[in-house]
Design a protein around this ligand. Structure first.
Ligand SMILES: [Zn+2]
Length: 414
């Protein structure tokens, strides 16, 4: 178990694929391909080879005495000007897990996966490769996607040997694997572990998301001549709703089970300093790990928006943008993860994941769990992203312990 090797590999990859502004491994582009070539050479040095599935995900297999399979991995792609750990930490730790087991035939089969286009930074669709493998991707939903240069997703995929209409074959390919566990190490990308001064966290699952646009419609009017009681101010109704939603999230947060909500978009019409806003549209993104809490938050937000609309004499309409159910991780793997983290760091803080990850796509299909590394200043998707050396080393060791525990756990299964 060599955590230093993992860190050295990460540094090497960063040197090869970053500029002064950060990592540039944008999916389906030349730097990403270069990262994958570099990675294939590392795999080749182990006497193993890469196989690419129909969705462009790269797989490495270390056959064991049994076909029962433990999958490790994450993604090599990054956002533009990204960090040195997001995604590739999980792939490099997975590589070390393969190295650890490559010298003697392991009791169960190990697979390392590098998911294609987790970030969705170029075409706006996250977890593209893993959702194709999971069977949750609807090709028609992404068929028309273009990047900022106007390149179609289908053409970018074709440049990389992936046919858009055959991507979902990756699901049948995944089903052929006798998968018993999926283990993903990732940087937290948030401030929770840092606030507790803990190196490593056990991830309980990924948040469910309810994402909606709320459109408030009142009446635009002159800002000088319209008395306040006679206004139909759509912005004020939206603003009151946003504040009410924050209170709803506070009321549903319990210690160790926080929930979040965000109003990230506000559009006002007619957007004139001398006009009462006649229309206001806001986005509302609500997230929770517990499906019941999330449903209650959504219901209460709807009620609050209707109350705020009434109080301002305006109308409100809701439009769903996107939703996903919470994906709680496997209880048996959570126990192993907790043991591994406790043995390495002396304690095992548990936290949910606010961001989605490839593991969320795997969770409906096989037992899955994630482990998080401390994230300096909670920053990610930027060049400042970091996990200080001692925290990083402990976390990698904890993850490799988890791999070994899981191999033994799966080996003991029928
Ligand atoms: Zn990531």
């Amino acid at each position: 178990m060599n955590a230093q090797q993992v860190i050295a590999d990460l540094r090497e990859l960063a040197a090869l694929t970053s500029t002064a502004d950060g990592a540039q491994r944008l999916a389906w582009g030349p730097v990403w391909r270069q990262a994958r070539e570099w990675f294939a050479a590392k795999i080749g040095a182990l006497g193993l080879r890469i196989e690419t599935d129909s969705a462009g995900n790269n797989w490495v297999t270390l056959p064991g005495a049994s076909t029962k399979t433990v999958i490790v991995g994450s993604h090599l792609d990054s956002v533009p000007n990204g960090g040195w750990l997001d995604g590739c930490l999980g792939v490099m730790a997975g590589l070390e897990a393969m190295r650890m087991h490559a010298s003697a035939k392991p009791p169960v089969t190990l697979k390392l996966v590098d998911w294609a286009d987790e970030e969705g930074a170029r075409f706006g669709r996250s977890s593209l490769g893993s959702s194709a493998a999971a069977g949750s991707l609807k090709v028609d939903d992404v068929r028309e996607l273009k990047d900022r240069q106007g390149t179609r997703l289908a053409d970018a995929l074709a440049e990389n040997g992936v046919a858009l209409d055959r991507m979902t074959n990756a699901h049948d390919e995944l089903k052929k694997i006798d998968a018993r566990a999926y283990l993903e190490l990732h940087i937290e990308q948030g401030p929770v572990l840092e606030s507790m001064n803990k190196s490593t966290g056990v991830v309980l699952g990924t948040f469910g998301v309810e994402r909606n646009m709320l459109r408030f419609t009142g009446q635009a009017a002159h800002s000088g001549s319209t008395p306040i009681p006679m206004r139909r101010d759509a912005f004020l109704a939206a603003a009151q709703t946003a504040l009410a939603c924050r209170e709803i999230a506070r009321a549903h947060s319990k210690p160790g089970a926080g929930v979040v909500c965000t109003v990230g978009v506000v559009n006002v019409e007619p957007k004139i300093v001398t006009a009462v806003p006649g229309v206001c549209e806001i986005s509302l993104d609500q997230r929770a790990l517990d499906a019941g809490e999330l449903a209650a938050m959504l219901r209460e937000a709807r009620e609050a928006s209707e109350r705020c609309a009434r109080e301002n004499n305006v109308q409100v309409e809701w439009r769903e943008l996107w939703r996903i159910n919470p994906r709680p991780f496997d209880p048996a793997l959570l126990r192993l993860c907790e043991e591994a983290v406790r043995e390495e760091t002396g304690e095992a803080p548990r936290l949910p994941s606010g961001p989605l990850h490839d593991a969320a796509e795997m969770a409906p299909h096989m037992p899955a769990v994630m482990m998080f590394a401390y994230s300096s200043n909670g920053l990610s998707h930027c060049k400042e992203e970091d996990t200080p050396g001692p925290h990083l080393e402990k976390t990698i060791r904890a993850y490799l312990r988890l791999v070994n525990k899981t191999v033994a756990h799966v080996n003991a299964q029928r």
